[in-house]
Design a binder for this molecule. Sequence first.
Ligand SMILES: CC(C)(COP(=O)(O)OP(=O)(O)OC[C@H]1O[C@@H](n2cnc3c(N)ncnc32)[C@H](O)[C@@H]1OP(=O)(O)O)[C@@H](O)C(=O)NCCC(=O)NCCS
Length: 334
Amino acid sequence: MVKSKYITSLLAKAKQNLKTIVLPEGEDERVLEAAHIINDEGAAKIIILGDVAQMKAHFAAKGWNTDGIEFIKPEESPRLSEYTELLYELRKEKGLSKEDAAKLALNYNYFGTLMIKSGHADGMVSGANHSTADTVRPALQIIKAAKKGGSASSFFIMLSNDTPYIFSDCGIIINPTDKELADIALNAAQTAILFGIEPNVAMLSFSTKGSGKGDEVEKVKRAAQIALEALQTDEYKNLGIKLDGELQADAALDSVVAAKKAPNSNVAGKARVLVFPTLEAGNISYKLLQRLGGCEAYGPILQGLNAPVNDLSRGCFAEDIVGAIAITCLQATK
Ligand SMILES: CC(C)(COP(=O)(O)OP(=O)(O)OC[C@H]1O[C@@H](n2cnc3c(N)ncnc32)[C@H](O)[C@@H]1OP(=O)(O)O)[C@@H](O)C(=O)NCCC(=O)NCCS
């Protein structure tokens, strides 16, 4: 049973356009429970990687239905050699040998990512037992950023009293350049549109419109400028995206503060997409809001990739995994 109203609404959308999601961590009971909930809801087709006999025994012990779920042990998959060959072809110019490709394809995160690349799955959710780097690296190497030269980054959906906000980047790019920060902002704006959130983007800083000084402020100003120029192009100009920076968080969110600090801004006071100047700022902010501010946090969800691959926190609960799967399904419909 899913408690979050927001995730229930995403599951309803997922049901309308069934996607196939691979879960590479079949050894984890939280992952199995999430797979069962999704399967029971009929919200996606689920593939779980792991020891098939053990996974099925767990389902049987719990009295859960396995119909509709595909269980795969990568070591025994008839597609292993096909995936190994694909990995070798994709990475040989980067120095990957055939022997190393054979070993790497057996890594479940690589196997799952290769399933997506081959069209056998639409998205992947992993990270209940893996670091962000181990989950995300195969996606960056194999699925790749959607735009040539563009950056993939990540976002969290933060629910404050059921009102959703996008926070980005809280998971991938440690210290973005101005260009990378502009990419984060543009990707986050498109993410907001996809999730039905108003694309009012605030480029956050410790300064509002020149109130503070320093290289960090200048970087955010340049990033805002780059993003604003991109918004004039055909790709973005009709999407209704509003973007402003640099803004402090209070000016971004509070209309009274906004009227004092940034009276001419079209975003201040009504931002729904918060773009952080560094990973440190974003990651610390989301965790504080989750632990002290009573917000629900879903993510990190990757954006800017050719297909959705999403990471979990190792402290996640089964319901968080259900949320990540629902979000991944929605991203896969793009
Ligand atoms: C995401 C992360 C793991 C990538 O680092 P990495 O694996 O060392 O990446 P590399 O620099 O070796 O790059 C691997 C490939 O990914 C690509 N890549 C790396 N970051 C990328 C990005 N943001 N967007 C697109 N491609 C990217 C590289 O171009 C490279 O491609 P290639 O091998 O085809 O040339 C790294 O940025 C990281 O550790 N970020 C912080 C993660 C974290 O701790 N988050 C906090 C917890 S949520």
